[in-house]
Design a protein around this ligand. Structure first.
Ligand code: SF4
Length: 512
């Protein structure tokens, strides 16, 4: 049965994880061109562009969060879907073993990571038959940070800054703008949104995600929806949320809207938000061998580099105003920092995300965290060769920090942490904790997993491997790890400032 099918699916997963499709690259290139290089947005986009090229050149994950693998498969009538499902599962496990996917499938009751990306509901596969004599497999890898910013509205509804959203296309417009504003940088903006008007709560979200399989450049064939997509693109990019929520000209790189019939009593608007690391590819396969006959979204061409090789090799684009800090860091050094400063961290850094934070609320750490740098990150890590002699981090961008809001201020105070690095910013409790304890929050560039992996000189140890690879506390030695102070020890938050400023723009888009 289809002897090449397994290898074709492994190749599809590998390329999807490592190589953004040309339409997304083009959108990111035009975002980069629109920002001045020395601004926060310009620096963030330069890091993103470097990261995109680095990932493609070494066929490594663009972002450490390789997301929920979602396959849309079309098969000829009579094809054996049971066999194909089994082979796709095997291919997902193989790609995970090769480090192309991070182990991301967690038992929701015990918290145990299967280590293979296999488990109930993982991966997601949808099969359809068609009357063509070929197999088509499309794949999207949508990460958790942007998945958490999805939104569903039941109209009519009252929306912050926009007023009432009615059961009309004008109401839909308000919902989508509200979702983009609400996401700020938490979903690694600039993002793309897939939208479904109607359906029920379940089919609405599914159809919204399916819109993300359209190319960014296409025009909606529904003449009622095409102008709505265009006007949302225009208005969302006036919001000034910008790359990573740093403020800037590009907040959205795509808006794709579909519609389903609904029950008379319901009117849902479902918004699936995808980050800039918009990993979506597809293949067409020979129906007798399973070999790849053509690629989708790539027009048969290899993706074009975003930057010249010398710019990629040059690393972080410096302005000369960067502040170098060596961990462990003192309170006096922290009190000097203010929002907007660009910092280059060297020395020891510890990763810690959901499981580590929950653990530290009840237990002492295995390491001394006095003056430490705590990085919200779930890296992709593999054993170095020869096997068993150490670890190598192959992808290490920041994860969404707001999940640690209930814990962060306590952990800073109890253990003397001085620097927290993540993405998307944190809330009022953490801001007060930074002020009280003398600590700062740094925003790294979300999704820049290859760029940041190159700032890691070595892995010096690991604690809590029982939490699984992404959730363990990795002890990293880093050099010149760049990030921006977005919450300082004096009560200032860039996230709050950008949210407030963009809220004023949003209110100006109210119309009625
Ligand atoms: S780019 Fe950001 S939102 Fe997207 S998968 Fe990576 S960390 Fe998650």
């Amino acid at each position: 049965m289809l002897p090449a099918f397994f290898d074709s699916i492994v190749e599809l997963i590998t390329k999807t994880s490592a190589d953004l499709p040309p339409d997304v690259r083009a959108a990111m290139a035009s975002a980069l061109a629109s920002e001045a290089p020395a601004t926060r947005a310009g620096q963030a986009l330069t890091i993103i562009a470097q990261n995109i090229d680095q990932a493609e050149s070494c066929e490594a994950p663009i972002c450490q969060d390789t997301g929920m693998p979602t396959f849309e498969v079309h098969v000829p009538v009579g094809a054996n879907q049971i066999w194909m499902r089994a082979k796709i599962r095997e291919a997902v496990a193989e790609a995970t073993e090769r480090g192309k996917l991070r182990p991301n499938s967690v038992d929701s009751i015990t918290g145990e990571n299967s280590g293979t990306n296999l488990g109930p509901g993982t991966p997601i596969m949808h099969f359809d038959q068609w009357e063509r004599d070929e197999v088509e497999v499309r794949l999207i890898l949508k990460g958790g940070g942007c998945e958490n910013t999805n939104a569903q509205y039941a109209l009519p509804a009252e929306l912050e800054h926009l007023g009432r959203a009615d059961r009309s296309l004008e109401g839909v417009r308000k919902c989508v703008l509200h979702a983009v504003w609400k996401a700020q940088g938490k979903g690694c903006s600039p993002g793309a949104v897939g939208v479904c008007v109607g359906g029920d709560r379940t089919s609405g979200y599914l159809h919204a995600k399916e819109q993300l399989f359209r190319t960014l450049e296409d025009t909606n064939p529904d003449p009622r929806l095409a102008p709505l997509e265009a006007s949302i693109m225009d208005e969302a990019n006036r919001l000034t949320v910008g790359p990573m929520g740093f403020s800037g000209k590009t907040s959205l790189i795509g808006c794709k809207i579909g519609a389903l019939n609904r029950l008379p009593a319901s009117f849902f608007v479902s918004v699936a938000y995808n980050c800039w690391a918009f990993r979506r590819l597809g293949v067409r396969l020979d129906s007798t061998t399973g070999a790849i006959t053509s690629w989708m979204y790539r027009d048969g061409e290899k993706s074009k580099p975003m930057l010249a090789p010398e710019l990629v090799a040059a690393g972080f684009p410096r302005t000369g105003r960067e502040i170098s800090l060596q961990a462990p860091i003192t309170e006096a050094q922290i009190r000097e920092l203010k929002v907007g400063d660009v910092v280059l961290i060297s020395g020891r850094m510890y990763t810690g995300r959901d499981a580590v934070h929950a653990h530290l609320m009840k237990h002492d750490p295995e390491v001394d965290l006095t003056g430490a740098v705590l990085y919200h990150c779930g890296p992709v890590v593999k054993k170095q060769e020869p096997a068993g002699e150490g670890w190598e981090v192959t992808a290490a961008g920041p994860t969404t920090s707001i999940r640690e809001e209930p814990y962060q201020a306590d952990i800073i105070r109890k253990f003397g942490v001085r620097v927290v690095i993540g993405k998307g910013g944190m809330g009022a409790t953490t801001l007060a904790g930074l002020q009280e304890s003398g600590a700062v929050y740094l925003n790294a560039v979300g999704g820049a997993a290859q760029f940041y992996a190159r700032c890691i000189e070595r892995v010096e140890g690991v604690s809590h491997m029982e939490f699984g690879t992404p959730e363990a506390m990795w002890h990293l030695q880093v050099r010149d790890f760049p990030a921006i102070v977005t919450m300082d020890s004096h009560g200032n938050s860039l996230h709050k400032d950008v949210e407030d400023e963009s809220a004023k723009v949003l209110a100006g888009l109210r119309r009625i």
